[in-house]
Write a protein that binds this ligand. Structure first.
Ligand code: TA6
Length: 293
């Protein structure tokens, strides 16, 4: 990656909310990524405006994940399977990544951030690895999270690109692409339910882990647009809306903001975690775009 200092035409290193960040511009689109958690906080397109949701009460600082945007859940998804004291969704989203540079490729701008295992991470996840977040900003946003096993033994991990999408009113949207997929319902505890053919609509807290590799669409009639979440090398799709009560319990989530967001997460979570052989790599990618209805 060229240009670690960034090129003002398409890359600007800034400080926002006291954190180092990189603003990327291409094709009339603009993205903002914090080095904290390699956290994409914003992606705006010329035609459809901001596609991501970001909490007005987000906390920006050490040890806390920014609420909204695209948090990276790694090396586990949700609560740690055996250690309840370990941070939910792993430690990547609260780690300081290194800006490796950016460059133009065709109409898009590409940027890379990196993170490696350390004594702190080895205490929680006893494996040697290097992670790279590769962003491509243009008419769509591509977020590719690569994990490389730099050790001499295989290890298992989970990952989720936990995208918060902005919507007009979650009660009015229709989510397509998951028909026929099996899912585990984290609200009811049911496992292996079948998603009906009809588009998914929202009328209560929704927290589902789908066994799916499919494109997901979010039709937002009020905005006259459809959000599109494509993904590669991801066998799990997580769909989440906290609804009223859970939103109230989240201190960094405005009480009434649950209606303006939905999470559609490209993941590899149990039972589809990744087993990474030594000296090998795996990349989970999500691609977010919008089209006019
Ligand atoms: O992806 C859905 C989920 O696992 C929900 O269960 C909820 O916990 C959400 O993630 C947010 O988690 P966080 O730790 O960011 O509050």
């Amino acid at each position: 990656m060229q240009n670690p200092s960034g090129d003002a035409r398409h890359t600007e290193q800034i400080e926002a909310h006291g954190l180092n960040a990189v603003r990327l511009k291409a094709c009339g689109s603009e993205a903002l990524v914090y080095l904290h958690g390699a956290h994409v906080a914003s992606f705006r397109t010329r035609e459809h405006g901001e596609l991501l949701w970001l909490s007005d009460q987000a906390v920006y600082g050490a040890g806390k994940a920014i609420r909204g945007g695209i948090p990276i859940c790694f090396p586990w998804f949700g609560a740690h399977p055996t250690e309840p004291s370990f941070p939910a969704h792993g430690f990547a989203r609260t780690s300081e990544f290194r800006f490796e540079g950016s460059e133009e490729r065709g109409d898009n701008v590409h940027c890379e951030l990196s993170l490696s295992s350390s004594p702190e991470t080895l205490a929680l996840f006893p494996h040697a690895w290097k992670a790279r977040l590769r962003l491509s900003v243009g008419r769509a946003l591509s977020v590719a999270f690569e994990v490389e096993n730099v050790g001499d033994a295989a290890f298992d991990y989970e990952v989720a690109l936990h995208s918060y999408l902005g919507v007009s009113d979650v009660r009015q949207i229709e989510l397509g692409g998951l028909a026929g997929a099996r899912y585990d319902d984290k609200v009811t505890g049911a496992r292996g339910d079948l998603q009906p053919e009809a588009p998914l609509r929202f009328a209560s807290e929704t927290d589902r882990v789908y066994d799916s590799t499919a494109r997901v669409t979010v039709g937002d009639p009020t905005r006259n647009c459809r959000l599109i979440v494509d993904k590669t090398a991801s066998r799990t799709t997580v769909v989440w809306n906290p609804w009223v009560d859970k939103a109230k319990r989240l201190s960094d989530f405005p009480d009434d903001a649950w209606a303006t967001m939905v999470c559609v997460e490209a993941a590899n979570a149990s039972p589809h975690g990744i087993r990474l052989p030594p000296q090998s790599r795996h990349t989970t990618t999500t691609i977010i775009s919008a089209e006019t209805l």
